[in-house]
Ligand binder design. Structure first.
Ligand SMILES: Cc1cc2nc3c(=O)[nH]c(=O)nc-3n(C[C@H](O)[C@H](O)[C@H](O)COP(=O)(O)OP(=O)(O)OC[C@H]3O[C@@H](n4cnc5c(N)ncnc54)[C@H](O)[C@@H]3O)c2cc1C
Ligand code: FES
Length: 250
C-alpha cells in the first residue's frame, strides 16, 4: 500500500454523470485487477473508494459516477496538472486460477469498472465472455476496453443499446453454451443476488466484488463490515472486496 500525491493527467466526462480520472504516480505500482484506491476529496475528511480500472506503468485510471458530495468534488476540482492524494493498491482483488481457462465476467453499473481491469489482465490468456449491464445507452462507456473480451454482450435496462434486460439475464441465456470455469462479478447487491440464485447448484465458482460504504479503506474503522454466511464477519476493504459468492450474505 502506498500513499501517493499523484498528478492528474486527465479528468473527463465519459458518459452521463460518469468521469474518467487518469493520474500519474511517481513510479509503477504493482496493482492486481479488482484492487481499489482511496481518493482524496478536498475538505471531505473521508476519502472515497474507487476501483482501479486501468493501470499502465505509472498511469492509473479510475472511472467514477457522481453520486454525492465526494464524487462531485472529484469531478469539479481536479484538473490536469493538479495533485490528488491517492492511497493504493487496496483490497485483495480478483484471482483467476490456472485451471480457469473460460471465464464469464458479469457487471452492472459502476461495477463494470473493476471488471475492466480483470478483462485487461486476462485478455489473450483466458477465453473471456463478458456481460455488462447499464441503465441505458447514455450510461454506456468504456466499451472499447470491454471489447478485449472474446465475446461481449452489452445489456441495458430499457433496451436502448444491446440486449434488453440485465447482464445476469443475458449471461443466463448463454451459460449452457459457454460453460464457464468461473464467474467474476461486480454490481449492485440485487444484481449479485440474482446471479447467486441463477447459478445455484451448477457447481461454478462465482467471485463477487462488493461495493460497501467505507471509512478508512485499510481495515481500521470497521465501517465496511459485512456478514459471512457462517456467522462470522469480514471487512470488505481488507478481507475483500472480492469474496466467493457463497461466503457472503447478500
Ligand atoms: C471497493 C469499492 C470500489 C468502488 N469502485 C467504484 C468505481 O470504480 N466507480 C464508482 O463510480 N464507484 C465506485 N465505488 C462506489 C463509490 O465509492 C461511491 O459511489 C462513493 O464513495 C460515493 O461517495 P459520494 O461522496 O459521492 O457520495 P455520498 O454522499 O457518500 O453518497 C451518495 C449516495 O451513494 C450511496 N453510496 C455511498 N457509498 C456507496 C458505496 N460504496 N456503494 C453504494 N452506494 C454508496 C449513498 O448511500 C448515497 O445514496 C466503489 C466502492 C467500493 C467500496
Ligand atoms: S473501511 Fe475502515 S475497516 Fe473497512
Amino acid at each position: 500500500m502506498r500513499e501517493v500525491n499523484a498528478v492528474v493527467l486527465e479528468n473527463k466526462r465519459i458518459a452521463e454523470n460518469v468521469f474518467s480520472l487518469t493520474v500519474s504516480t511517481d513510479d509503477e505500482i504493482p496493482i492486481r485487477p479488482g484492487q481499489f484506491a482511496m481518493l482524496g476529496a478536498g475538505e471531505h475528511v473521508l476519502r472515497r473508494p474507487i476501483a482501479v480500472c486501468k493501470a499502465e506503468g505509472e498511469r492509473v485510471t479510475f472511472c467514477y459516477q457522481v453520486k454525492g458530495a465526494g464524487t462531485r468534488y472529484l469531478s469539479q476540482n481536479y484538473r490536469a496538472g493538479e495533485r490528488i492524494p491517492v492511497l493504493l493498491p487496496l483490497g485483495n482483488g480478483f484471482f483467476v486460477g490456472e485451471r480457469e481457462t473460460r471465464i464469464a465476467v458479469v457487471g452492472g453499473g459502476v461495477g463494470v469498472f473493476p471488471l475492466i481491469s480483470l478483462i485487461r489482465a486476462c485478455a489473450g490468456r483466458k477465453e473471456i465472455f463478458s456481460y455488462m449491464g447499464f441503465r441505458n445507452k447514455a450510461a454506456l462507456c468504456m466499451e472499447y476496453e470491454m471489447q478485449r473480451s472474446d465475446k461481449l454482450t452489452i445489456a441495458t435496462d430499457d433496451g436502448s443499446a444491446g440486449f434488453h434486460g440485465t447482464a445476469v439475464q443475458a449471461f443466463m441465456q448463454d451459460i449452457e453454451e459457454i460453460r464457464p470455469d468461473a464467474v467474476f462479478s461486480c454490481g449492485p447487491v440485487p444484481m449479485l443476488r440474482a446471479l447467486k440464485n441463477a447459478v445455484a447448484g451448477r457447481g461454478i465458482p462465482v467471485y463477487v466484488s462488493l461495493e460497501e460504504r467505507m471509512g478508512c479503506g485499510v481495515g481500521a474503522c470497521l465501517v465496511c463490515v459485512c456478514d459471512l454466511t457462517d456467522g462470522r464477519h469480514a471487512r470488505v476493504c481488507k478481507d475483500g472486496p472480492v469474496f466467493e459468492i457463497g461466503e457472503v450474505e447478500l
